[in-house]
Write a protein that binds this ligand. Structure first.
Ligand code: ADP
Length: 266
């Protein structure tokens, strides 16, 4: 708490009172701490792939090049880690753009049946590799006013996560419902997207933290599936830019459900 006292004079020799300003700086401090933690996290996340690229390149230069098989596997690692760096930097830039609200949304009416169908197409190859069944349940007439590219980003991110964290032969589903508002006003109507999977689930203790930047339940698993740990925080920000809400329900070994509600009309 910062306290400032300043006397207020009425006339030359008469005090009108004292002005006391109490300034709660905990919010400012918290923001500062979050920012420096983020910088530390970013550095750490970037250092890991760079160390791998550097280490394997060094080993190649030191002679491993002569063995063709070894060289090939090292080059593959260098390639994969460069891709990872690329994704990380892309996600970090995206997140900072969204957080500084430098992206104006372009709202337009979107027909949800074909839109969701389209999103499923994008992740179909990914699902097929793991024999994961994709399902959708959306009425033909449903629509929403939203930023189409951002809404696609939200859905594809959640679908990819569903596929990533679901073992072979599982199922990922998108369900869309229309919710009436409290009154009869059309402005209060909302669309609810439910993206559910039959995957590994998320432990109760981790649930409140999974929307934090770089938070992962299982670091090794996220890394091996190419995750950056930023997907869900980007999704949450995009949902909030649409004045919507996101929450998660999950049970270990049973699956997860991400529920998003957005106003129909902007
Ligand atoms: P990542 O790039 O690691 O997937 P995200 O921000 O998308 O990062 O998700 C954060 C963490 O939340 C993941 O590392 C994972 O532990 C957990 N998670 C996200 N989606 C799911 C899901 N559908 N099933 C189980 N765990 C999930």
């Amino acid at each position: 708490l910062e306290i400032n006292l300043s006397p207020i004079s009425h006339t030359e020799d008469e005090w009108a009172g004292i002005l006391i300003v109490l300034h709660d700086i905990t919010a400012v401090r918290r923001l500062e701490r979050m920012r420096s933690e983020f910088v530390a996290n970013v550095s750490h996340e970037l250092k890991t792939p760079i160390a791998a690229v550097k280490g394997f390149a060094e080993t190649l230069l030191a002679g491993a090049l002569n063995d063709k098989e070894t060289a090939k596997s090292f080059l593959q690692i260098i390639f994969d880690e460069s891709e990872r760096l690329n994704r990380l930097i892309g996600d970090i830039l995206e997140l900072s753009k969204i957080e500084s609200k430098r992206i104006p949304l372009q709202f337009s009416p979107i027909s949800l049946h074909s839109f969701v169908n389209n999103c499923l197409h994008v992740v179909q190859a990914e699902a097929k590799k793991k024999s994961i069944e994709l399902e959708m349940q959306v009425d033909e007439t449903m629509y929403i006013e939203a930023d189409e590219d951002r809404l696609r980003q939200i859905l594809i991110n959640l679908l990819s996560n569903g596929i990533n964290y679901t073992p072979e032969g599982g199922k990922v589903k998108v369900k869309v419902d229309q919710l009436a508002g409290d009154g009869d006003r059309a402005e209060d109507e909302r669309i609810r997207f439910t993206i559910s999977d039959t995957g590994i689930g998320i432990p109760k203790k981790d649930l409140p933290r999974i929307f934090e930047r770089f938070y992962r339940v299982d670091k090794a698993r996220s890394r091996s599936s190419g995750g950056t740990g930023l997907g869900l925080s980007i999704v949450k920000h995009l949902v909030e830019l649409h004045k919507g809400t996101i929450r998660v329900e999950s049970e270990v070994g049973m699956g997860s459900k991400f529920i998003i509600e957005l106003p129909i009309i902007h």
